[in-house]
Structures are given as C-alpha cells and as structure tokens.
Design a protein around this ligand. Structure first.
Ligand code: GDP
Length: 195
C-alpha cells in the first residue's frame, strides 16, 4: 500500500532557479551511484517505480523533485562517486546543493550507504554539507539482506562510531523490507515538521 497515493514526479532542476517554490516541507535523499537510493525511495514511499524517473536519460545528473502530497516533497539528489563527473558538472553541482541547503522547507536528509561499503569520502562531503545547513541526517545502511546477522551487527557498530553525532542510522533493505517502516516513520515525521 502506498503511503502517498498521490505521489508524482514534480520537476527536474539543473540549477536552483528551476527549484519548486520554497514552501511546505521537503526531505532530501542522497547516496553514491548504485547505493540503492532509488530502491529505498520507492520502498519508503510505497510506490514501486517512483524514483525510476530520476534514472531516465537526461535526468541522472539533475535534482529530481517529487510531490508526495500537497506542500510535502522529496528531492532525489544525483548519485555521486563516479570519477567521471566533469569539472563543469561539479561546478554546477555545488551552487545547486548550496541553494538546496538554504531552503526553508528542507527538513532532513536520508543518506543511503551500501552496508557492505560503509562510509566513503563522497558521503563525508554530504555530511559536512548537512552539518553546515543544520539539516538532520539519517543514514540507511542499505542492502542489509546481503549480510549475515553478525556482519550486520559489526557494520552498524562501525558505522555508528564513524558517524558519531553527525547522523542517526539504521539497517535497511528494499528487498527484505527490513527497516522500511522505521524509515517511513521518520520521513512522515520530518514532512510534518513545521518551520
Ligand atoms: P541507485 O543507483 O543508488 O539508485 O541504486 P538502485 O536502487 O538502482 O540499486 C542498485 C542495485 O542494487 C540494483 O541492482 C538493485 O537491484 C540493488 N539493490 C537495491 N536495493 C537493494 C536491497 O535492498 N537488497 C539487495 N540485495 N539489492 C538491492
């Protein structure tokens, strides 16, 4: 069952002038390419193919906004971690991300990390960005179905000490459904949070 039956793609932005109006509430999703970000968005929002839009040609390097209900949005940030991003792309990225950080509607950031890989340099940059923006961060250690229970316990403990106070975290799997409810509750809570 979809939590947000009216969820729909709203717009893509190549620069901040194309962002939707800064009203209501907004939650961002970020992660390295292939971290499982699209699968996580689809599982949490309860719409199987919602974030597939972000993967269509021409949209992978853009910020993609989805309306979940009136005045409540999520924004899907481009996957990072590919060395191939050109200097020009990086140059347009930074101001766009900074503009996002300044939005009054931004309530939180889900940072998706493959549980088998842990915290990587690109993730650190996002954490710094969120700290500057005073934006709370919740890490989803994704694809946790691929780890044994013992491995998962170790991974969670390692990630916890690596992240310290920078973020809360949980294990997550779009495949087994582990952690989906917990993440959904936080998304709802953030989207309901008034200024
Ligand atoms: P994105 O590039 O970060 O948006 O990642 P995707 O959601 O497209 O997932 C990347 C790959 O990981 C795909 O092959 C998915 O099928 C796989 N994947 C995503 N989530 C899970 C998960 O929870 N468990 C497992 N085993 N595979 C997953």
């Amino acid at each position: 069952m979809s939590q947000y039956p009216q969820a729909a793609f709203l717009t893509s932005a190549a620069h901040s002038q194309q962002f939707p109006a800064d009203e209501g509430t907004e939650v961002a999703f970020a992660g390295r390419s292939n971290s499982g970000k699209s699968s996580a968005i689809n599982a949490i929002v309860g719409r199987r193919a919602l974030a597939r839009t972000s993967k269509t040609p021409g949209r992978t390097r853009l910020l993609n906004f989805f309306q979940l209900q009136s005045a409540a949005r999520i924004v899907d940030l481009p996957g990072y971690g590919f060395a191939a991003a050109s200097a020009a792309e990086k140059a347009t990225w930074a101001p766009m991300i900074d503009a996002l950080a300044r939005r009054r509607s931004l309530r939180g950031l889900f940072l998706i990390m493959d549980a088998r890989r842990g915290v990587l340099p690109g993730d650190r940059q996002l954490l710094e960005w969120a700290a500057d923006a005073q934006c709370p961060v919740h890490v989803l250690l994704s694809k946790c179905d691929k780890l044994s229970r013992a491995e998962l316990q170790r991974t969670v403990a390692t990630a916890r000490s690596a992240l310290g106070n920078a973020a809360s975290l949980q294990a997550f799997s779009a495949v087994s459904g582990q952690g989906v409810e917990e993440a959904r509750r936080l998304l709802d809570q953030w989207l309901k949070k008034t200024g």
